[in-house]
Design a protein around this ligand. Structure first.
Ligand code: NIG
Ligand code: FE
Length: 413
């Protein structure tokens, strides 16, 4: 009740984002885990005889008066490497010596180091880490996230990561999970790359599909990791097996990954810092989302794409955390702050990128709308701790939210 500005996006014009915000004075009625009605607050107060102020109950209905605070949808993180063990903090000294990501990997750091640590961790340890990380994501408003495997790199370990993630998904008090198989994150130490691609296609993929344990496949398509040909082989096989497609492209150089993403019309091509504007336009034409991951250049000291040009060309994009051993934050408000306070992005574009847009590449397991606040949608939304929705993108170090409604449960921060 008594919601301040309501960034619902339910009437939003997708291109201009006009009509995204509803004036103060609305209330939201939730039944179980769905939104059943959004109406004038006073009308609902009269209809249900709700006393004013704070938290009250009327019969078996719990009522919350949010006293004019702004409300935004539950945040959707469309790109995380949620499950891994170990610590790569020592890489910071290599980076300070000027070593690149590829050089650090060649020195025994990088993905392969984390694979070693992850394989050595027990299921219980991975579950504990995953639970802690999901709680952390929830504390900054994330209600649903995509989680990739990719630190196993063999049939048994990749399946194990996806199984632990699914066990975490059963938990009602943490964000829900959209599973992605990313066996093509790196070539395991000592393996021939083409042999490994063969293993991906003829062993890992069938096992993943057989267990119905991932919705999408992802490939690290980048010079030095998976080539364009190898990426295409893996992605075509995954598509044939019924998986949706995602890619990591053009993170360190324009290696043609964005072009392949357009040719294959994958759902989302992420990183894409070095993608040319012509390729971005091809991707737009092919209906490919770009997942910008501002935490990675922030953590690695890389350059930023020209976001003004991207907004002007109406390139469809999402913002996500890319949580991984190098980029250890799951805060989407922080990602938005980086874009707004460092790249001049309009706050509403940033909020749309982590809600309405992200929900398109990362659907909810129930199949109901989320990332928007709408009747019939999942009851996932965030209550700011003030009456300005913009404050969501101006709080990089503390949670901007006083509470989150997750699948209809009211959780106070
Ligand atoms: O998306 N670029 C590939 N994968 C991750 C990083 C993985 C790692 O360094 O462990 C990413 O940034
Ligand atoms: Fe990533």
């Amino acid at each position: 009740m008594n919601i301040g500005p309501l960034v619902s996006f339910r009437h939003a014009n997708l291109g201009t984002l006009e009509d995204s915000i509803e004036a103060a004075g609305k209330g939201i009625v939730v039944d179980d885990n769905r939104i059943v009605c959004i109406d004038d607050s006073q009308k609902l107060i009269d209809e249900y005889s709700i006393p004013q102020g704070g938290r009250t109950t009327v019969g078996d209905i719990a009522c919350y008066d949010v006293e004019g605070r702004a409300v935004v949808p539950g945040l959707v993180d469309g790109h995380t490497h949620l499950l891994w063990a170990g610590d790569r903090s020592k890489e910071i000294s290599w980076r300070r010596e000027g070593k690149t990501y590829a050089e650090i990997a060649a020195l025994g750091g990088g993905i392969r180091y984390t694979v070693q640590e992850t394989r050595a961790a027990s299921d219980e340890e991975l579950h504990r880490l995953g639970y802690q990380r999901l709680r952390e994501a929830l504390s900054t408003g994330t209600t649903h996230l995509e989680a990739k495997s990719g630190y196993g790199l063999n049939v048994e370990s990749e399946l194990r990561l996806l199984e632990v993630a699914e066990r975490l998904n059963m938990n009602a008090h943490t964000p829900t999970i959209d599973h992605t198989w990313m066996g093509a994150h790196d070539v395991p130490k000592g393996r021939d790359p083409d042999d490994y691609v063969e293993e991906l296609v003829s062993e890992q993929l069938p096992a993943i599909v057989d267990q119905n344990i991932a919705r999408s496949a992802d490939v690290f398509c980048e010079p030095g990791w998976f080539s364009l040909d190898q990426s295409e082989t893996i992605l075509q096989a995954s598509r044939q097996a019924g998986l949706a497609l995602r890619m990591h492209v053009d993170e360190f150089a324009d290696g043609g990954g964005g072009d392949l993403a357009a040719t294959l019309a994958v759902d989302t091509a992420d990183h894409a810092y070095h993608t040319s504007i012509d390729t971005r336009l091809r991707m737009k034409e092919a209906g490919v989302n770009t997942g910008f991951l501002p935490g990675t250049p922030y953590a690695m000291g890389d350059s930023w794409p020209n976001m003004t040009e991207i907004v002007e060309e109406t390139i469809p994009f999402t913002l996500a955390s890319d949580f991984n051993p190098n980029c250890r934050t799951l805060s989407l408000p922080f990602m938005c702050s980086l874009m707004v306070q460092r790249c001049g992005m309009h706050p509403l574009h940033a909020v749309a990128a982590v809600t309405m847009n992200a929900a398109r590449t990362t659907p909810h397991p129930t199949g109901h709308p989320h990332g928007v606040i709408t009747e019939g949608g999942v009851a996932n939304f965030n209550i700011l701790d003030g009456d300005h929705w913009e404050s969501m993108v101006l709080r990089p170090s503390t949670t901007p939210f006083s509470a989150t409604v997750l699948n209809g449960q009211f959780i106070t921060h």
